[in-house]
Each structure stands twice: as structure tokens, then as C-alpha cells.
Design a protein around this ligand. Structure first.
Ligand SMILES: [Fe+2]
Length: 172
């Protein structure tokens, strides 16, 4: 993980060039032992486990129990990638056509498997529709601690605060 962080630090100096960073994440592999330290699930909601954070980027391991999902949300204009470490997720990508009244167009629905790299993401929902747990590795450049969520039914845009389930391998 130290090597991975060191490389991301050097990409930070170039403002995270999309192609280079995407290729780098796709080609990065982590041992089960390395990731096990951060693999915490939460029965209430998907668990955000922080591996590393500085002013330029953060790395999270997100653990999804069967049925857990992230509602339609944005990424604060930042560059955000995630890679599926294990399991299968449904990702729906949207285009924001209007904020008021709220109008979103679903442009893509993907059943993504192990090693799939998503991003940089714009507006999407992520759903573990499977019967198995899913683990994903996320790189957010830059870090942010809240994001907008879009509720198609009520046509409301809300701000969601994002909390960590664990930091550096310790549940908080
Ligand atoms: Fe996302």
C-alpha cells in the first residue's frame, strides 16, 4: 500500500492525469493480507474504511453487504475512481439535465465484476444487488466529506455527510 500511496502522491503533482491514473489503478494489485486490515462491514449501511488521506487525495476501502447501496450521488467535481476488489455491483450512470426541477437521465447501467475500474465518476448509483459481499477500493482526488444526493421520486437534492466506519484499520 505504501508504494501505491507514493505513486498517487507523484500523480498529485500532475493533478491526477486521467489516463495515467486509470491505467495505474487498473494495474495495481493488493494482497488479501494488505486489504484485510481495512475490510470492515457494517450491517446498517455500506462501510467506508479510510486507508489514507492527505490534502490531495484519499483512499478508501468500501465494504458492501448484500442489498446495500449508495443512492444517486455526485462527486463534487473531483476525480473519483473505484475498482472492484471482489464481488459484483450494479452501477447506474446519470446525466443531470436540470437541477430545478430535478431531471436526471439514466445513461448507462453496468453489471461490474472483479477488477472493473469505474471513473472518474460523475453522477451515479452503486448497488450490491448480489447475494455476496463486495469490496471496492476508492481513490478520491481531492478528498471531500459531503456530496449531493439526487432523489428522483421526491425530486429533491440533498447534501449527504459522509462518515468513516474505520480509520487506518480501527473501527471508529
Ligand atoms: Fe460514487
Amino acid at each position: 500500500m505504501d508504494k501505491f500511496i507514493k505513486s498517487l502522491k507523484s500523480f498529485a503533482k500532475e493533478d491526477f492525469p486521467i489516463k495515467k491514473v486509470s491505467d495505474f489503478i487498473l494495474n495495481s494489485n493488493f494482497s488479501k493480507k494488505t486489504l484485510d486490515k481495512y475490510s470492515y462491514f457494517n450491517e446498517k449501511a455500506f462501510a467506508r474504511n479510510m486507508i489514507y488521506k492527505d490534502q490531495d487525495f484519499q483512499i478508501l476501502l468500501i465494504c458492501w453487504s448484500p442489498g446495500q447501496l449508495a443512492p444517486i450521488h455526485g462527486h463534487e467535481g473531483e476525480k473519483c475512481w473505484f475498482k472492484i476488489i471482489s464481488g459484483t455491483l450494479e452501477i447506474c450512470n446519470y446525466k443531470l439535465e436540470s437541477r430545478s426541477p430535478l431531471k436526471l437521465k439514466k445513461i448507462e447501467k453496468i453489471h461490474a465484476h472483479k477488477d472493473y475500474l469505474d471513473g472518474p465518476a460523475d453522477i451515479h448509483s452503486v448497488n450490491n444487488f448480489s447475494k455476496d459481499p463486495v469490496v471496492t477500493l476508492h481513490i478520491y482526488a481531492k478528498p471531500y466529506d459531503s456530496c449531493e444526493t439526487y432523489d428522483i421520486k421526491t425530486k429533491q437534492i440533498k447534501r449527504m455527510e459522509m462518515k468513516y466506519h474505520s480509520i487506518d484499520g480501527k473501527v471508529c
